[in-house]
Design a protein around this ligand. Structure first.
Ligand SMILES: NC(=O)c1ccc[n+]([C@@H]2O[C@H](COP(=O)([O-])OP(=O)(O)OC[C@H]3O[C@@H](n4cnc5c(N)ncnc54)[C@H](O)[C@@H]3O)[C@@H](O)[C@H]2O)c1
Length: 267
């Protein structure tokens, strides 16, 4: 599905990273892949990627740094001359931004936004400069931001901003044949998730309400959707948010009778 595609993947930190599953699948689907890892995660990323059928180079990039992003652009241009696809799988919020939204210091919210949102535009610029005439595909990772979740706090507004930005990138990159799409994933137990206090509350919601069974330890369905969006099969899709969440996004919030006849629980 990705034969001959030159793809840049960010966000590999552990074996559980969604991006690690994407690299594995993209390589199997025929892509050439370079990974851009946060400098502190470079060694861990190299370890995670060691067993792949083809070697994958890891470049150290802090996606909040304009100079690192310029260096990444130079690196890709030098290596391939052009880029067919990129996955943005980057998010971070300081602990203080994951408690009450009213208590978070402005500088911590700024860092969360810069890391989780601004960097998506920086990846868009990379493709603006490096896309071949045949076009390219940018994919980012979302968590349903249409509703206020019990524990997500400032990551919610970050994802809402990411979703809005996705539309603007689709608008501005379409003339180059560059597509911008998000995959909105259900909760997966990754390192980023472990930083969210009471993340298991979300897992529990999915367990009770998602129409399809949802395994929070299996990011492969999300990775497959990312590979689809990177591929030419999705050539007519841009500005889209593809939900890979077991159908949870389509469910109304509802009061469900407790089968044992006790008081109804709020869904
Ligand atoms: N895990 C979930 O439940 C879930 C659900 C929906 C969306 N997502 C999104 O998926 C994406 C990947 O997260 P994950 O769950 O695989 O967790 P993860 O911790 O494996 O990946 C997050 C990545 O962000 C990278 N990163 C953080 N700051 C960076 C910076 N300044 N520069 C470069 N890289 C930086 C980290 O190195 C790490 O590789 C994130 O955007 C996350 O919000 C996750």
């Amino acid at each position: 599905m990705l034969h001959g595609k030159r793809v840049l993947v960010s966000g590999v930190a552990t074996r559980d990273s969604i991006a690690a599953a994407v690299v594995e699948r993209a390589v199997r689907a025929g892509a050439e892949v370079v990974v851009a890892a946060y400098p502190k995660d470079v060694c861990a990323a190299q370890e995670v990627l060691a067993g792949l059928p083809q070697p994958v180079e890891v470049v150290a990039v802090d996606a909040t740094s304009e100079s690192d992003m310029t260096m990444l652009e130079d690196e890709v241009r030098h290596r391939w001359g052009a880029l067919d696809g990129a996955l943005h799988a980057i998010a971070f919020a300081p602990r203080s931004a994951l408690g009450s939204v009213m208590d978070a210091p402005a500088r911590d919210v700024e860092l969360a936004m810069r890391t989780s949102v601004w960097s998506y535009a920086a990846f868009g610029r990379l493709l603006q400069r490096l896309a071949p005439p045949s076009g390219a595909s940018l994919v980012g990772l979302d968590f349903d931001s249409a509703r206020a979740w019990p524990v997500y706090n400032w990551m919610g507004p970050c994802k809402a901003a990411l979703r809005s930005l996705n539309g603007y990138l689709a608008r501005d990159l379409g003339c180059l044949g560059v597509r911008a799409n998000l995959v909105a994933a259900g909760p997966l137990r990754t390192r980023a998730a472990s930083g969210i206090p009471d993340f298991e509350v979300l897992v529990d919601r999915w367990d009770r309400q998602a129409p399809l069974a949802w395994d929070p330890a299996d990011g492969s369905g999300v990775a497959d959707a990312v590979c689809f969006l990177l591929s030419d099969l999705a050539r007519a899709i841009t500005g889209e948010v593809l939900h890979v969440d077991g159908g949870m996004h389509a469910m109304a919030t509802y009061l469900r009778e407790n089968p044992a006849g006790a008081s109804p629980e709020h869904g």
